[in-house]
Design a protein around this ligand. Structure first.
Ligand code: AMP
Length: 401
């Protein structure tokens, strides 16, 4: 992937769509339990775009993927529940077609009236979607006169519905993508300082590029979660049986060295919640220092670390958070992540810009009931990281050219 040039992107408000068929790529890849939607945040996030299109008299044709049906129709991954949820949110009927291409889809599109909304079945029921197949992109493009890209969470993939189709229709970005770019680009480009990044999660290898890029921008970097142990090991500190990526030790050393050279404060956990075995009722040991006894596994940041992470959050004017501070799925190991969520909510109240990316960090916020207390929660973990890494997202590059 290439370095990021300034992309010239048309916006939804630059297009005239009265009476036109508008093919809109949305991201309704929502978490499901059976046929029930567990969290409709991604559907809600598209409402500003859809309401503008409806009010402007467009015939709205929505396309999305859901899950990984492996290129064939699978009722487990139908988007029908999403159509029903959307109808409730919009308070108007939403038509549904059982395929995204072919005669049935075309008939449903032809039946649309101005201001009407239709959701087509899961794009990934066709292997051609992920293969970015030109004939499939053409079949999708048949449904629209104009194209709107509002699937932020899918922009880092070059698929038929995110890249192929955008070259075939005049297009623009919807309000959700505009909001994501405004926050994530501003965080990269022109943050109010001090700018603090809090990065956690399991693996150094997944976050290395973003760490490297963030070091060019931030004033302080806090590292927690499983990845922190590789950083501690790189400093020669005993981490017991905690998660270690041996092949990332040199990379971790390089991050610390770069932080030092750039005068960026790079902070690692100073104490830990540790257990002998990862299980919900495990006996907890709070270490008194950075090192972890050889028979223990670090599962969360400790109380002293929470305290000085909190102090840094309180001082910052821009804060970006990605990745949990511990194995938050187990309530006894979630305190560190919940503390970050609370400190960030306080910071938002105090006027800081707080941005959260990544599914796990969002789960923490939801558990804490604090999702609406952030300046911005990104709907795309992978896409937000790639944007912060300075990469051109294929879905945007296709729209700009
Ligand atoms: P990521 O997808 O890289 O953001 O990682 C999220 C995962 O990291 C979550 O499933 C956490 O359970 C896991 N994680 C966080 N802290 C630790 C830890 N100390 N040891 C093992 N896994 C962890």
């Amino acid at each position: 992937m290439t370095e990021k040039p300034a992309l010239k992107l048309k916006r939804l408000q630059d297009l005239q769509f009265r009476g036109k068929r508008v093919l809109a790529r949305v991201d309704y890849n929502v978490p499901m339990k059976g046929s029930r939607i567990e969290d409709d945040a991604r559907i809600r996030a598209t409402l500003p775009t859809l309401e503008a299109l409806i009010a402007g008299g467009a015939k709205v044709v929505l396309i999305s993927h859901l899950g990984r049906p492996k290129g064939k129709a699978d009722p487990k991954y139908t988007l029908k529940p999403a159509a029903e949820a959307l109808a409730k949110l919009l308070k108007k009927p939403v038509a549904f077609a059982p395929d995204c291409v072919g005669p049935e889809a075309e008939k449903a599109v032809a039946a649309l009236k101005s201001g009407g909304v239709l959701l087509l079945e899961n794009l990934r029921f066709h292997a051609e979607e992920e293969a970015n197949d030109p004939a499939f992109a053409k079949a999708l493009a048949k449904h629209g006169d104009l194209f709107i890209q509002d699937a932020f969470g899918a922009l880092h993939r070059a698929h038929a519905s995110t890249a192929g189709v955008t070259r075939l229709l005049p297009g623009a970005i919807g309000f959700l993508v505009q909001k994501e770019l405004e926050f994530l680009d501003r965080a990269i480009g022109n943050p109010t300082r001090p700018f603090l990044a809090i990065i956690g999660g399991a693996k150094v290898s997944d976050k290395l590029l973003v760490l490297d890029k963030l070091l060019e921008r931030v004033d302080a970097l806090l590292i927690g979660g499983g990845m922190a142990y590789t950083f501690l090991a790189a400093q020669g500190i005993n981490i017991g049986k905690s998660l270690l990526e041996k092949d990332q030790i040199d990379a971790a050393k390089a991050v610390i060295e770069k932080a030092y050279n750039k005068k960026v404060e790079c902070l690692l956990p100073a104490d830990h919640v540790a257990v002998r075995e990862i299980k919900p009722d495990a006996e907890i040991v709070v270490t008194q220092a950075m090192s972890i006894p050889s028979d223990l596994i670090g599962v969360d940041i400790g109380p002293h670390t929470i305290e000085f992470f909190d102090e840094h959050v309180a001082k910052a004017k821009t804060i970006f958070w990605n990745g949990p501070m511990g194995i938050f799925e187990i309530p006894a190991f979630a305190d560190g992540s919940l503390a970050v969520a609370k400190a960030m909510a306080e910071a938002t109240k105090g006027g800081a810009t707080t941005i959260v990316g990544g599914g796990d960090s969002l789960s923490v916020l939801k558990k804490a009931g604090l999702a609406d207390r952030m300046s911005h929660c990104s709907t795309g973990g992978g896409a937000s990281l790639e944007l912060l890494e300075g990469k051109v997202l294929p879905g945007l590059a296709a729209l700009a050219s």
